[in-house]
Design a protein around this ligand. Sequence first.
Ligand code: FBP
Length: 550
Amino acid sequence: MKSALQIARAAYQPKLPEALKGPVKVQEGKATQSVADRKEIKELFPNTYGMPLIEFVKGTKKKVPAFNVSVILSGGQAPGGHNVISGLFDGIKNLNRSNRLFGFLMGPSGLIEHNYIELTSKVIDDYRNTGGFDMIGSGRTKLETIDQFESGLKIIRELGIKAIVIIGGDDSNTNACVLAEYYAAQKYGVQVIGCPKTIDGDLKNAMIETSFGFDTATKTYAEVIGNIQRDCNSARKYWHFIKLMGRSASHIALECALQVQPNICLISEEIQKKDMTLDDVVTYIAQIVADRAADGNNFGTVLVPEGLIEFIPAVERLIAELNDFLAKNGKEFAEVAPAKQREYIISKLSKENAEIYASLPEEVARQLSLDRDPHGNVQVSLIETEKLLSNMVGKKLAAWKKEGKYVGKFAALHHFFGYEGRCATPSNFDSDYCYSLGYTAAQLIANGKTGYMASVRNLTAPATDWVAGGIPITAMMNMERRNGKMKPVIQKAFVELNGAPFKKFASLREKWAKETCYVYPGPIQYFGPTEVCDQPTKTLQLENKNAFKK
Ligand code: FBP
């Protein structure tokens, strides 16, 4: 059974850029270079390096021979994935009614293990404008070995597939590029096209203005944070510490801050740049709590980006030493009685790191020493940074109270928002953007391109004025150390401290800290006036400020 909103949403017709509404022709731009490490990237990708930027402009109708396409959803869910697939489906059907689309199931492993379904109009119609990735499922299997590529080729040949579209974040698109290069080098004639997905917002550059899902996810979080702020401003007795997803980069926290005007928002990239210690961060928060208390305001909100702890240089060093130590002495450590493990670790670390470790609350110290991912690293997203911070702020305030430097009450509540936003019903922006990305991917395929990521730009303009095209994935690459080896990867976009969104936030944060300037954005609206329903994120509006003038 479907809700009334689901039924109404199913009938929503996503908007397309004008150029994609009819036949197109390819307009080639300048040849590209990788963002860094040009020599190494060129050597690693001889067949897909240096290709030009592409823009689609209106063309004349041509007969397109029928072809089959496949699609993979890769990595974390992001609102709008189903619309990329429906845009791709409509795009290829529009080129030739006989074209067929296959979906590999549960991420890249579906390609390797030959698990797939045909995506017919019956399947597609059920998922138009819906959130989630449940149409074909997603997974995090890395596509990186020749055996995997060759195994994929078997099913590609069996189904007569011309191209694979990989919808993913920076790592998945890096894999798409490696796969495109391999198939091109082997002259298999199989094209690979990427699509920029991730709620984290860290896959962006001049041609990819935003990754899809960021818009809906941040609006969903902003709604709930706004509700908390209203509760907070009504009861006036709690400090809410709210951790937000987003992995390493702080784009989600920054966007939410711009939307809701909290009392405090931490930006990991700034903390790293200023080389702040954990104590500096705690003192910063505690001072704002104390100043508000002096004004009689024993309440407030603090936004904490998920990856914060990795960006505090001292904690980063502690984690590095712990990783090395536990990698070598994991067996001995496992034999230590749980009650003695903390003491044991403290006795083994260098003085500086032992002090930091000893200062951490029991639970966080335990998480740091126990939870490792398959590569032996601490899974920082599992660390309850919001609790760590509020606990330490509470201790500092208690000490200040004794010294007579603070009079007030401090009661903290904790929240973590991440999964709540990843499968939300896509906003109009994400519905339109994703559908256009899918349509663009269809044109890249029809025009014989491989190793390209679908790009739709000029996103703060009305959708009809959006610019569709492609960017060679190699142009976004650089070399980075991964698991002890230098690897070609898409460069992650962190919050730029010189960028307009951060500057705007920095110019207002002192006022937001002292006064109570909360904004309550309310839920995403799907039907209604355009200024309510169709606004892109504040980040995009600030970054594209001069991009579109009517
Ligand atoms: P992607 O980078 O694959 O888009 O994933 C984003 C993300 O939602 C991060 O914000 C979060 O840290 C991570 O996925 C959680 O991973 P999982 O879904 O495996 O729990």
